[in-house]
Design a protein around this ligand. Structure first.
Ligand SMILES: NC(=O)C1=CN([C@@H]2O[C@H](COP(=O)(O)OP(=O)(O)OC[C@H]3O[C@@H](n4cnc5c(N)ncnc54)[C@H](OP(=O)(O)O)[C@@H]3O)[C@@H](O)[C@H]2O)C=CC1
Ligand SMILES: O=CC(=O)O
Length: 327
């Protein structure tokens, strides 16, 4: 299909900036008008006859959705770097290209991981709650004592783009010792950041701060389970900005309640949104944010530009600006 032949595109949410107007100029675009995602049934209805889909990480794009779109579907462009919401094998079988939005959100997400780590280390949630609830009575010598960062050991689980950017900040800012996991050696991380590649067991045992940055897939689901948490130091802090399912959340609740670890700070949970009644929300040593890793104006605008470029390229049969390799 050429860019001028007005293919049909379904976009599952409004995006910031003007990138979507580039799609509207050349194609027949329908944009889901609500703040919350289409239900699975609504998704099936809306994709019928589409040549391109621009999706969010909260939209599950499985074989049924591709089937409902029909044989004309050429491209699925995810407005995220993670693509665990898309059935890549099904896309591969159907010859559908899949796109994502890497790099432009790396700084924003790494910055948020630093924010979470610092907030947990200095007990910011408990301190703020004390002020809000009127429980702040006086300056106390032993009140709300947190953890220092300088010279401590940092464990980065998955040293890809965001894991590396996060490690740069922590090693450069606080002179931390770096341990990391990776399926392959990372010479640059070793040379520039003094990192040491280790097995997950050693990383968990030795680290004062553990931050999760692996992609979610079958191999990484519940990578941090009860046994992994028991392996961590009682003084350790766990940060997750990757995906909620990488941590066994029930095991985490128990570990926080029993002070197996000191604290957790999470941008991602299972499910999302996490209900306010969930135990993690009420625990003093857990900090939960509503998946805002990439939520800066710059990152979200640039993500929109890439996502639109990916749709346009895919619909004209070209390689995408950022294409996810299919199995
Ligand atoms: N909170 C938020 O808003 C955001 C969350 N994210 C999440 O962060 C993740 C990382 O993003 P980014 O750094 O750009 O991605 P990268 O692809 O650069 O890094 C992904 C890392 O995951 C590892 N990995 C992939 N598959 C496996 C596997 N099967 N087993 C073990 N390790 C694996 C890779 O390891 P290896 O080197 O061994 O291949 C790599 O270190 C995204 O997938 C997304 O889920 C991203 C942006 C914003
Ligand atoms: O979670 C966000 C992403 O871009 O992936």
């Amino acid at each position: 299909m050429s860019e001028t032949s007005r293919g049909k595109i379904f976009v599952t949410r409004e995006l910031p900036g003007s990138a979507l107007t580039r799609l509207q100029q050349s194609h027949q675009v329908s944009i889901w008008p609500h703040r919350t995602p289409p239900t699975p049934a609504e998704l099936l209805d809306n994709v019928a006859g589409c040549h391109g889909l621009l999706t969010l990480l909260s939209d599950r794009i499985d074989e049924r959705v591709m089937e409902a779109a029909g044989s004309g579907l050429q491209v699925i462009s995810n407005y995220a770097v993670g693509y665990n919401n898309i059935d890549l094998a099904a896309a591969g079988r159907r010859g559908i290209r899949v796109g994502n939005t890497p790099d432009v959100l790396t700084d924003a997400t790494a910055d948020l991981a630093v924010t979470l780590l610092l907030a947990a280390a200095r007990r910011v949630k408990e301190a703020s709650d004390e002020v809000r609830s009127g429980q702040w009575q006086t300056w106390e010598p032993a009140g709300l004592l947190g953890r220092e960062l300088r010279g401590k050991t940092l464990g980065v689980v998955g040293i890809g783009r965001i894991g590396t950017a996060f490690a740069q900040r922590m090693v450069g800012g606080w002179n931390m010792k770096l341990l990391y996991t990776s399926r392959s050696p990372q010479a640059e991380v070793d040379e520039k950041l003094g990192g040491r590649r280790v097995e997950l067991d050693e990383l968990l045992r030795e680290s004062d701060f553990v931050s999760v940055h692996v992609a979610l897939c079958e191999e990484t689901r519940h990578l941090i389970d009860a046994a992994a948490l028991a392996n961590m130091k009682p003084s350790a802090i766990l940060v997750n900005t990757a995906r909620g399912e990488i941590i066994d959340q029930e095991a985490l609740v128990q570990a926080l309640r029993e002070e197996v670890i000191f604290a957790a700070a999470l941008d991602v949970t299972t499910p999302e949104p996490l209900p306010p009644s969930h135990p993690l929300v009420g625990l003093p040593n857990a900090l939960v944010l509503p998946h805002i890793g990439s939520a800066t104006d710059t990152a979200r605008h640039e993500m929109a530009e890439i996502a639109v470029d990916n749709v346009l390229a895919g619909m004209s049969g070209q390689a995408l600006r950022c294409e996810v390799p299919l199995a």
